[in-house]
Ligand binder design. Structure first.
Ligand code: CS2
Length: 497
């Protein structure tokens, strides 16, 4: 089979969509930090279509790998070999499949290998936006206070040697310093992670990092740089070996970095760019004055819906999102949590009917070919739950609402941390932002709820009825299994209201 690169584009299977712009004329106006599958399914796909109309050649993307791990090493090897090209496969809910070669990434830099090259690119006047998908946990926030952790070991090392950054914020601050010192306007910092007010969180992190080094620099950034928030949405599962083999057979190519996703995509951005912006509205991006209602609805409905099906599903021994949503009890749990717990405490985004939005989300979870696996959903709950689920729970506790369903989901999360499913099979909970001691705390659910920093916003006390109900629910899960307890929860039976 042929390899994928610029010279073999014409030899791909005729059904593979190809871009028609002159890629040699495209230069990077965007530097994207952490060029993972989600970025390649979402933002890079929008930019690829934008480049399709003439006059936008300055809006290519330079991808940056920040972390030295096996996946990144693979990219370090494959990106140059493939001239930074890759194939994006999109699955429609009705089973339709399209493959498309994406050409918008026109450079890849491996930060751990050559931080100076990354800084030079970020400091270049052509770079007008620095965007990032560093995951919820990458923002280095103190889980209890939300503030940027200047005392984290990595941050301390960067502050001691600012010209050799390693984190997104270390790179952004050093690049902005160079721009200020050489009289170049700053770039817009565009966070594309699933966080409440992702722009504001990124801004706080950058300003805190800068202020710890140079108060004038922090003031200059505050006065001149912008940090729009945005809402991003496109389900992008991990690519398994069999997915890659299927895509390659269908496209007639040996592609080493394929990405798969659903056909649905949404991107809503605050129109607040300090150094120009691409006209992404031409390819369906929505620019708004306030993104908050959009992102809150998305994280508390879609992402929370994922968590709500993920923990019970994995405990019950299921493997995929589709299997979970196809289970009648789990389906009803997701439906009811969104309808009775999340929606009543949400402000509807302009033009969006939340019940219809819920139905479309549930339909997307049932996409027959996306094959999203539950461990992707359940992993890093410590970073995800504070954005996805805990705000709804806090608001329901505050208004004295009925919390039986959320008690159940939290009990499932705590039991998930115990690492054993209902079939007695052991698994390792993927919690990179919890210590082994914190994970072990889940064996004592009351202590976990009262002392894990991620629960701080719930303001629980030893005599909170929610704590007692969750402890009882964890016990019931152990004794009777997830689905039996869920059945009772949904029928309003038992100690769990
Ligand atoms: C998922 C998200 O990671 C998760 O738990 O909910 O990755 C989700 O698939 C995306 O946000 C969809 O836009």
């Amino acid at each position: 089979m042929i390899d994928l690169n610029t010279t073999t584009l014409a030899d791909l299977h005729p059904s593979v969509e190809r871009f028609h712009y002159d890629r040699a004329a495209v230069s990077p106006g965007v530097v994207h930090l952490s060029v993972g599958n989600f970025h390649r399914a979402h933002q890079a796909w929008y930019f690829d279509r934008l480049l399709g109309s003439p006059g936008h050649e300055g809006w290519g993307i330079c991808g940056v790998g920040l972390i030295d791990d096996e996946t990144e090493r693979l990219k370090l090897d494959a990106f140059p070999a493939q001239d930074d090209l890759y194939i994006l496969t999109q699955y429609a809910p009705d089973g339709g499949v399209t493959h498309r070669v994406i050409g918008s990434i026109v450079g890849y830099l491996f930060a751990p290998g050559d931080p100076e090259a990354v800084l030079a690119r970020m400091a270049a006047p052509e770079t007008r936006i620095v965007s990032m998908t560093i995951t919820e946990g990458g923002y280095n926030q103190d889980p209890a206070t939300g503030s940027y952790r200047l005392d984290a070991p990595l941050t301390r090392a960067e502050l001691a040697e600012p010209s050799r950054p390693r984190s997104a914020f270390g790179f952004i601050v050093e690049a902005l310093r160079r721009r200020r010192d050489t009289g170049i306007a700053p770039f817009t910092v565009l966070s594309c992670d699933n966080l409440r007010g992702n722009g504001a969180v990124a801004r706080r992190a950058v300003l805190a990092h800068a202020a710890a080094l140079d108060a004038d620099l922090a003031r200059w950034i505050e006065a001149h740089a912008t940090f729009p928030s945005c809402m991003v949405d496109r389900i992008t599962p991990a690519v398994l070996k069999e997915d890659a083999e299927r895509v390659n057979a269908e496209c007639g190519v040996n592609e080493r970095l394929p990405v798969i996703c659903e056909t649905f995509a949404q991107w809503v951005i605050e129109d607040h760019f300090c150094n120009g912006r691409p006209p992404l509205e031409e390819v369906g991006v929505q620019f708004v004055a306030d993104v908050h209602p959009f992102e809150t609805a998305k994280t508390r409905m879609l992402n929370a819906g994922h968590s709500v099906l993920g923990y019970p599903g994995q405990l019950a021994g299921l493997e995929t999102v589709k299997e979970a949503i196809d289970h009648p009890l789990i389906h009803r749990l997701v439906h009811d949590v969104i309808t009775h717990d999340a929606i009543p405490v949400l402000e509807p985004p302009p033009g969006i009917d939340l019940a219809a939005y819920r139905d479309s989300i549930i339909a997307r979870f049932g996409n027959p070919h996306v094959g999203d696996r539950l461990p992707r959903i359940t992993g890093d709950g410590a970073s995800k739950l504070p954005t996805f689920l805990l705000p709804t729970l806090a608001l329901q506790l505050e208004r004295g609402g009925e919390t039986g369903r959320l008690v159940f989901v939290m009990a499932c999360f705590l039991r998930y941390l115990g690492g054993r499913d209902d079939l007695g099979r052991d698994f390792t909970p993927q919690e990179p932002h919890l210590t082994a001691e914190q994970i072990a705390l889940a064996r004592d659910p009351a202590r976990a709820l009262l002392s894990l920093p991620i629960f701080a916003d719930l303001k629980l006390t030893a005599d909170s009825p929610f704590v007692a109900a969750t402890v009882a629910c964890v016990q019931a899960l152990e004794q009777r299994g997830t689905l039996a307890v869920l059945d009772d929860v949904l029928s309003g039976i038992g100690v769990l209201s």
